[in-house]
Design a protein around this ligand. Sequence first.
Ligand code: TXA
Ligand code: MG
Length: 352
Amino acid sequence: MNAPIWTLKHDVRPDDPQMGLAARLLRDGETVAFPTETVYGLGADARSDEAVAKIFEAKGRPSDNPLIVHIADKSQVEELAARLQPMEERLMDRFWPGPLTLVLPLKEQSVSRLVTAGLSTLAIRMPDHPLALTLIRASGCPLAAPSANRSGRPSPTTAAHVAEDLAGRIGGIVDGGPTGVGLESTVIEVRDRVIHLLRPGGVTIEQLREAEPGAEIRIAHGTDEPSAPRSPGMKYAHYAPKGELYVVRSSGTNRMAAWIAEEARARPESAIGVLTIDEHVQDFDSSACEVISLGSLSAPDQIARRLYAALREFDERGIDLIYAESLPETGIGQAVMNRLSKAAGHRRIELD
Ligand code: TXA
Ligand code: MG
């Protein structure tokens, strides 16, 4: 059976009947997808083993990849975390509600062990989306919620993406329209007054630096750096379209365009896609390949917002090979390139 989709306005009243249905499903231990400011999440009562197991089941997610718990009020942190350091409190005050996830020492027994995959830490965030906040409050549950995609697929930025991946596997979908940031939250862990950046995301490293000018920020590089605390999710393939994706770094777009034209000639059996930006879209031959622009470099937020939908769009157009232009890694660009390079399974092409 297909999941019901409730299309709700952002200023919906907490006692709206459809919101009530969604909240009741969550209280009854079912899964409900909902919009956040980053991407759609697949929520379930974080305290219930049975409910959380349904998230892993629906997504096909490996059980050793822990989930983020979503709250609507700062007071809920006390129920979930064993301790808070002053820097963590400051960061919450500065960025919540918003796309910052903090990995905190777990208060034993506060959530299902499935949420933390047995770790002694718990990832928590307060999403900046009125529907998410209303749903969390109406359900009365802290909500464990990973992105609402099948494991390994690009994260969903619309309710249609959620339905594409999960219809028939979940209890329902709250549709609040396209999400704003388009990429997941930044995940950090503070240890010995050092901020470990476990996953770049909606809050940029520049914003973290500005908020904590005295703090050292260390970027965790997954398995490359065994001493850094790692986000277990980093070891899995992620965000991938069906076509084979490559990130292309070149001395200039003309060089890249010429190389792709050659590729198109050499592989007439393959449908080729190019992911680029408005400034360069003209440089590619759109009769030889499907060209998608993420937007202008002067509006990097828009580039982030469109990334996942673009990857899904290549799938829809039946593209076999996708060449994505490498973009500057400043600001939100760091998260964009992080996701692109993971979606590409770290495959890169360097052209001089
Ligand atoms: O923006 C977001 O964060 C979205 C929306 C739905 O809130 N959620 C999201 O969840 O991206 P998910 O499950 O796709 O990614 C959670 C990330 C994973 O990389 C996971 O390994 C990491 O957070 N994580 C969760 N708990 C952790 C922990 N205790 N220690 C370190 N990393 C943790
Ligand atoms: Mg995810």
